[in-house]
Ligand binder design. Sequence first.
Ligand code: FES
Ligand code: FES
Length: 152
Amino acid sequence: MATIVVNGVKRELQAPADTPLLYVLRNELELSGPQFGCGVAQCGACTVHVDGQPMRSCVAPVAAMSGRKVTTIEGLHSRAAKAVQKAWVELDVVQCGYCQSGQIMSATALLEQNPTPTDTDIDHAMAGNICRCATYVRIRAAIHAASATLSA
Ligand code: FES
Ligand code: FES
């Protein structure tokens, strides 16, 4: 049995050590923010933060999370996170919504490390997050809007 810290809370797990973190988050801890998309680290729908860095939880064995800080969108409360969520609403970024938890996790991680990203920085940071509704233009605009909020 593994113990991990998710959204600031220590959790004792029943899942085997090689279970993907995403399955533990959704099925055992009932955190439905991270989504299952491809299952092979190609779409970004399952993105969470591990020690502040974006990580594809579909391919991360839960045993590797021991002693590390896992954050899902449910536990995202930083200043950058609030700026991102506000911008997402104001610019009406979401279409079907399936990819958006992962998009917000990657965008927040970017702004926490680089509060004034260029278009190139944004494209690089968001390259692994696929949106089948093609909301990319609004995502980029929302990241710039969140950046402006952080700089105000
Ligand atoms: S479900 Fe993890 S990257 Fe697609
Ligand atoms: S909003 Fe539909 S997949 Fe991105």
